[in-house]
Design a protein around this ligand. Structure first.
Ligand code: C2O
Ligand code: CU
Ligand code: CU
Length: 478
C-alpha cells in the first residue's frame, strides 16, 4: 500500500498542498516549482492511503476529481475537517491511465480555496498505456492553466463584483503551472502535454499560434481510442485534455506558443455591440474569450529520433442506447435560475437533501439529459439594460458529475447562440468525460455508469463561483 501524507499549510494569502511519501514507489510524488500541489502518480490497481492534515485556519476537505472511489473517500463537503484534524483516505485506484486532479470541496468556499492555491494533478498509468510507450519522463509535461488577478504588490486578489458572482471570477493574468507566460526548452521530438483547466470560471479556446492543429490523445478520463486532430480545443474549468505535441522538423531557435484564441465571450447578442463594449469595460480587460499566450516552447536541441504517434491508443467500450437501464425515464439536470442565482432542477445545494429524480439504483447505466435553458431563452427583457441581464444569464456551464466517467451520447445546440459557431469545432465528444461544457440553450445527453458504490455523489457546475452559490446537487445511489 502506498501511503502519502498531504499537509495543508498556509501563510495568510497563499494556500499550498504538500506531500511526502511514507511508503510506496519512489515516483509517487513529483513536485512542481509553484504554489500548486505535488503531482501524485498512481498505477491502476494500486492501493493508496492518504493522510490529509488540515493546517489552515478554516475547514477543508479534498476531492479526487475524476476518480471512481467509494463515497466516504470522495471528499463530500459534509466530511470537511477543521484546523488540526486529519482525514484518512483509502482506496484502490481503478481508473485507467490518464490525468485527474485534486482540489478542496469545502461548502461555499471551494472557489476561494482553489483560487488561493489548492489544486494538484493526479496521473495514472496502466498496462495498455505502458505498451504504447508514449513520451514519458521529461517528455511528459503537466500543464495546469489558471487565471488570477494580482494586486499592486503582487498578491492574489479575490473579490467578487455582482457581475463576477454571476459569471464567475475571471482574472486578468493567465498562469501556466503557476508562472506567467513561461518559456520551456524542448527538443525536436514528440511530447505528451497533460493539460488541466484549473481556473475558477475561464474557458480556454486552446490553439497553436502558427495555426497547426492540436492532436488530442486523451480526455478527462483517459486515453482516446485513437488520436484526433482539432483546429482548436475548448477546455472549461475542471476538464483535461492530453495533447501529442511533436516538435520534430521544427527549426532550432524557433518557438511555438500555446494560446487561448479569441472568441466573443458568451452572449445572446441581443444587446448588440454597445452592450459587448460595456461588458468589456466592466470586466477590466479580463473578459471571457480574451486572447492570450499561455506557454511558449523554445526548440533548443536537435535530436534524431522521436517516438511515433500510435494509430490506436486505448480501447473504449462504447455505451449505446441498448445498454441504458432507464430508457423511459431519463435523469434530468436542468440548469435554471431564480432570483439571480443559478440552480439545478430548481433546487440549490443542500448537504443532505435529494429528490426522487436524484435517486439512482447502483450498478446501472443511466441516460442523463443536461439542459441549459436560462431565463433569457424565453425572451422577455429587451433593450440595453435587458441585454446586459441576458448576457449574464445566458451562460455556458461546465457540468461535472462525481463517480465514474461518462460518455457523451448527443448534443443538441441552440443555433441562435452566436458564439456557438466560434467554439463548436473544439468539443471532444467522445472518450471518457467527467465534465462537459453545456452552452446557452444547448441540450447534452450522456450515458453514465453508477457501479460499485452507494451513497451521495455530487454533480455540479464546475464554474466554482456557481458551485459555491449552490449550483450543486447530490445523486443518491442506493
Ligand atoms: Cu472538481 Cu466536485 O469537483
Ligand atoms: Cu469531481
Ligand atoms: Cu455554471
Amino acid at each position: 500500500k502506498t501511503e502519502v501524507p498531504i499537509l495543508l499549510g498556509a501563510n495568510t494569502r497563499v494556500l499550498k498542498y504538500s506531500a511526502r511519501l511514507l511508503r510506496g514507489p519512489a515516483n509517487t510524488i513529483k513536485t512542481l516549482p509553484s504554489y500548486l500541489g505535488p503531482i501524485l502518480h498512481f498505477e491502476q490497481g494500486q492501493k493508496v492511503r492518504i493522510f490529509f492534515y488540515n493546517q489552515i485556519a478554516a475547514p477543508c476537505i479534498t476531492h479526487w476529481h475524476g476518480m471512481h472511489v467509494p463515497q466516504i473517500m470522495d471528499g463530500h463537503p459534509m466530511y470537511a475537517i477543521d484546523h488540526g484534524e486529519q482525514y484518512v483516505y483509502e482506496f484502490e485506484v481503478n481508473n485507467p491511465a490518464g490525468t485527474n486532479w485534486y482540489h478542496p470541496h469545502t461548502h461555499e468556499v471551494t472557489a476561494q480555496q482553489v483560487y488561493r492555491g489548492l489544486a494538484g494533478l493526479i496521473t495514472i498509468s496502466d498496462a495498455i498505456e505502458r505498451k504504447l510507450a508514449l513520451p514519458d519522463g521529461e517528455y511528459d509535461i503537466p500543464l495546469i492553466i489558471q487565471d488570477r488577478t494580482f494586486t499592486a504588490d503582487n498578491q492574489l486578489h479575490y473579490a467578487l463584483t455582482m457581475q463576477q458572482r454571476m459569471q464567475g471570477f475571471l482574472g486578468n493574468t493567465i498562469l501556466a503551472n503557476g508562472q506567467h507566460n513561461p518559456t520551456i526548452p524542448v527538443k525536436t521530438r514528440a511530447y505528451r502535454l497533460r493539460i488541466l483547466n484549473g481556473s475558477n470560471a475561464r474557458i480556454y479556446k486552446l490553439g497553436w499560434n502558427d495555426g497547426s492543429p492540436l492532436t488530442a490523445i486523451g480526455t478527462d478520463g483517459g486515453l482516446l481510442e485513437a488520436p484526433q486532430d482539432f483546429p482548436y480545443i475548448m477546455l472549461s474549468p475542471g476538464e483535461r485534455v492530453e495533447i501529442w505535441a511533436d516538435f520534430s522538423g521544427r527549426e532550432l531557435g524557433s518557438e511555438l506558443a500555446l494560446k487561448t484564441l479569441p472568441y466573443h465571450g458568451f452572449s445572446m447578442n441581443m444587446g448588440g455591440r454597445g452592450m459587448r463594449g460595456s461588458q468589456d469595460r466592466m470586466n477590466d480587460g479580463s473578459r471571457q474569450g480574451k486572447e492570450a499566450t499561455i506557454i511558449r516552447f523554445a526548440i533548443q536541441e536537435q535530436v534524431s529520433d522521436s517516438p511515433q504517434l500510435p494509430h490506436i491508443l486505448s480501447p473504449i467500450q462504447r455505451f449505446t442506447e441498448k445498454d441504458i437501464s432507464n430508457p423511459n425515464n431519463t435523469v434530468p439536470i436542468a440548469i435554471g435560475m431564480h432570483r439571480m442565482t443559478f440552480n439545478l432542477n430548481n433546487r440549490t445545494f443542500n448537504m443532505l437533501d435529494y429528490a426522487n429524480l436524484e435517486k439512482i439504483p447502483v450498478n446501472t447505466l443511466q441516460r442523463i439529459r443536461i439542459t441549459n435553458t436560462t431565463p433569457s431563452m424565453r425572451g422577455g427583457m429587451r433593450g440595453r439594460r435587458g441585454g446586459g441581464m441576458m448576457n449574464m444569464m445566458a451562460q455556458p456551464h461546465p457540468i461535472h458529475l462525481h463517480g465514474q466517467q461518462f460518455q457523451i451520447l448527443s448534443r443538441t445546440p441552440n443555433y441562435g447562440d452566436s458564439t456557438y459557431a466560434e467554439v463548436k469545432d473544439g468539443f471532444i465528444n467522445h472518450g471518457w468525460k467527467d465534465t462537459v461544457l453545456v452552452m446557452p440553450g444547448e441540450e447534452v445527453e450522456i450515458i453514465k455508469p453508477f457501479m460499485d458504490y452507494t451513497g451521495r455523489f455530487l454533480y455540479h457546475c464546475h464554474n466554482l463561483e456557481h458551485e459555491d452559490m449552490g449550483m450543486m446537487r447530490n445523486f443518491f445511489v442506493e
